[in-house]
Design a protein. Structure first.
Length: 160
């Protein structure tokens, strides 16, 4: 069952890509007592994710923060090393928290997995964006297959 507005983010561990290497982080630490925009991409280094999705958030950090967002996080069903390399490639620095859901456990817990086995990509995450306030989902926008409208930063800004 897919997570919905009003639900609490499941208590789990994720891996965060940092300049010092992978670091384990709990969802309680990430989302507790804060307003966080979490956006998910099907995969690091993939065309729409690299050319549009991540850049939309990089170019809208200040407007998002002006609307009360404490942190912005990107998650993909990739390992922390891939997420770290992608962050370096996209010049993310520490402006966006880069999260690895390597086994897809978090994505599955949210009910937002995407089966791309037939395309050789395995099980990934659907493309989505959510606003989490103190651990609870306040806004959720899941893209239609192949879409890139409701999860871009501009759409999240409009929802705030």
């Amino acid at each position: 069952m897919m997570i919905k507005v009003g639900d609490t983010i499941p208590a789990m561990k994720l891996m965060q890509a940092t300049a010092e290497g992978p670091r384990e982080v709990s969802t309680d630490e990430l989302f507790g007592g804060k307003t966080v925009v979490l956006f998910a991409v099907p995969g690091a280094f993939t065309p729409t994710c690299s050319a549009k999705h991540l850049p939309s958030f990089l170019s809208n950090i200040d407007p998002l923060k002006a609307k009360g967002v404490d942190a912005i996080a990107c998650i993909a069903v990739n390992d922390a090393f891939v997420m770290g390399a992608w962050a370096k490639d996209q010049q993310v620095g520490d402006r966006i928290i880069m999260l690895a859901d390597g086994s897809g456990a978090f994505t599955k817990a949210l009910g937002l997995e995407l089966d791309l086995v037939a395309r050789g990509l395995g099980v990934r995450s659907q493309r989505y964006a959510m606003v989490v306030k103190d651990g609870k989902v306040a806004h959720l926008a899941v893209e239609a297959p192949g879409g890139f409208e409701v999860s871009k930063a501009e759409a999240v800004l409009a929802a705030l």
